[in-house]
Design a protein around this ligand. Structure first.
Ligand SMILES: Cc1cc2nc3c(=O)[nH]c(=O)nc-3n(C[C@H](O)[C@H](O)[C@H](O)COP(=O)(O)OP(=O)(O)OC[C@H]3O[C@@H](n4cnc5c(N)ncnc54)[C@H](O)[C@@H]3O)c2cc1C
Length: 503
């Protein structure tokens, strides 16, 4: 194995799956005996569904979503009301069909992780549970890692070319690399319980309730449905609570004083935190998911960005491992992912204050962005792995798609009803209206699509005789408005060549 991935959460499994898609096998180690059993992240945004479609698991993920697709997110005093703010009612999310041909899904983390694990294995990954990374060293040739089998206590030393730290918010790997974090720190400490009760008269099957209630410890909490009908979790401010006190708190949160409650499990305490790592890797070790970015769960970006991190890192790592790019391509991981991570963490903090902790509003909140255009599809990735055009100031956000380098390739509906986005994902792709450009691209081993009509050209800011080079992560690397331009030189400048998925 040439790549070791530490952690089999959403980010590690996504990294392994997309490495496999690009033809690179990896070894994943996870100290737990299984994937996560706890109700955590729920819901997949359309951009996440686009990449899951590329990996061939989108339908499985949709099938694993609860049959009742309706989802309700409200800020309320209690499940029975009064409701202070309706965030999402009886739908999964806004209509994003102008931006993507993919829709929403509502699968829980407990169901998504095994789907990613199975697909990663099919694509060549080896996943070892009950196995932990004990320590590692690196030099210019590779990484040496000591792994311990937690069932037998046996230790094994492995040598790999690269290691991915997908080891969660504590990230011993990040700490060993001496990488600091910057942010607002610990915002609060809570504790949760899982219970069963009949709340069908007050909440729909799928619900997330942010509670602002002076009768709950800390003045509020969060109640969320699980995959199991009639089973919920409630989180409140930290304290030592007897089972009887939990039942009282659940009744308060429900707003039903005589609710019959079956308490199933009381969890350990956990902090709500806000920070972003100062850099997303060092040398031959790169970091993804909660290892680089921890934010309040308000907004559902934690799980989605974890999957996307794996997608964004894997193609670069695969090209470097296969000798198709220099290490400089991996240096783009931090400049491309960190500014967006900082922005999204600030946005989740704003959501958190508005929904759960109004007392923290000190006037320094980042205003809420338009979630449709900016948070999901309107962020740019700026580094020397894209060729910015003269006058481009490298802005992070782009409210409307422009097709300029560093931006997501615009979604244009093709004559067969599919999206331009569905043309991308395996290697570099050239879109053009010109057979000459297509021939030039193919000579260089790239995939080229000759598109008819002018809609695509307008959306991508070129003429029909121009060309656009799109990276495997659906981002525009370069474009030329007309017949001019040296594609070979462009690829050399970006320091890599095209390749196809290895499967
Ligand atoms: C209670 C809760 C509710 C949440 N709700 C939401 C939500 O509604 N929406 C949302 O988007 N996000 C939510 N999140 C956040 C989301 O779950 C995380 O962002 C996501 O799980 C991050 O995935 P990850 O793979 O980066 O990290 P993790 O899922 O933490 O995975 C890291 C893995 O690394 C393993 N590991 C660590 N060190 C080692 C080692 N040395 N050797 C081997 N293995 C190791 C750990 O055992 C762990 O399994 C929630 C989180 C919690 C805790």
């Amino acid at each position: 194995m040439r790549v070791l991935v530490v952690g089999a959460g959403l980010s590690g499994l996504s990294t392994a799956m997309f490495l496999g898609l690009h033809g690179v096998e990896s070894l994943v180690v996870e100290r737990h005996a299984t994937t996560s059993l706890h109700p955590k992240a729920r819901g997949q945004f359309p951009q996440t569904m686009e990449v899951l479609r590329l990996a061939g698991v989108d339908q499985q993920v949709i099938d694993a979503s609860p049959p009742e697709f309706e989802f309700r997110i409200v800020v309320a005093q209690a499940a029975a009301g009064p409701v202070f703010n309706e965030i999402l009612v009886d739908s999964m999310g806004p209509d994003l069909s102008d931006f993507s041909s993919a829709g929403w899904a509502n699968t829980s983390q407990e169901r998504l992780e095994p789907i990613l694990a199975d697909r990663a294995r099919e694509l060549g990954a080896t996943i070892r549970f009950s196995t932990e990374l004990v320590e590692f060293t690196q030099d210019e040739h590779g990484v040496t890692a000591v792994l311990r089998d937690l069932n037998t206590g046996e230790e094994q030393t492995v040598g790999v070319e690269y290691m991915v730290g997908a080891d969660g918010h504590r990230s011993p790997i990040r700490q060993a690399l001496g990488i600091g974090v910057t942010g607002r720190g610990v915002l609060g400490t809570g504790v949760g319980a899982i219970f069963e009760a009949d709340l069908s008269s007050v909440v729909p099957r799928n619900a997330l309730l942010y509670l602002q209630n002076p009768d709950l410890p800390g003045g509020g909490g969060a109640m969320v449905s699980t995959d199991e009908p009639g089973r919920y979790s409630l989180s409140v401010g930290l304290g030592e609570y007897s089972d009887q006190r939990w039942i009282e708190m659940i009744r308060t949160a429900a707003g039903i004083p005589d609710l019959a409650v079956r308490l199933l499990e009381v969890g350990s305490s956990s902090d709500t935190k806000h920070w972003v790592a100062d850099t997303f890797g060092s040398g031959r070790v790169h970091l993804v998911g909660d290892a680089v970015r921890v934010m309040p769960p308000t907004g559902a970006f934690g799980g989605n960005t974890a999957v996307m991190d794996g997608f964004y890192l894997a193609w670069k790592l695969a090209m470097v491992v296969k000798g198709e790019a220099g290490q400089g391509l991996l240096d783009s991981h931090t400049p491309e992912r960190r500014p967006y991570s900082e922005y999204i963490a600030q946005q989740q903090y704003t959501f958190y204050v508005e929904r759960m902790a109004p007392h923290l509003d000190d006037g320094t909140l980042t205003p809420m962005a338009d979630p449709i255009s900016m948070l999901f599809f309107g962020y740019r990735q700026i580094s020397d792995a894209v060729l910015l055009e003269p006058g481009d100031q490298g802005e992070l956000l782009e409210p409307e798609p422009t097709g300029r380098p560093g931006s997501r390739a615009p979604h244009v509906v093709l004559p067969d009803g599919s999206s331009t986005i569905e043309l991308f994902g395996c290697g570099f792709v050239v879109l053009t209206g010109s057979p000459e450009w297509a021939a030039r691209a193919e000579e260089l081993g790239l995939t080229a699509h000759v598109l008819e009509g002018s809609d695509w050209a307008k959306a991508y800011g070129v003429t029909e005789s121009g060309a656009v080079l799109v990276r495997p992560d659906f981002f525009v690397a370069w474009r030329t408005p007309d017949a001019t331009g040296d594609l070979r030189q462009v690829l050399a400048d970006i320091r890599h060549q095209g390749h196809s998925c290895g499967v």
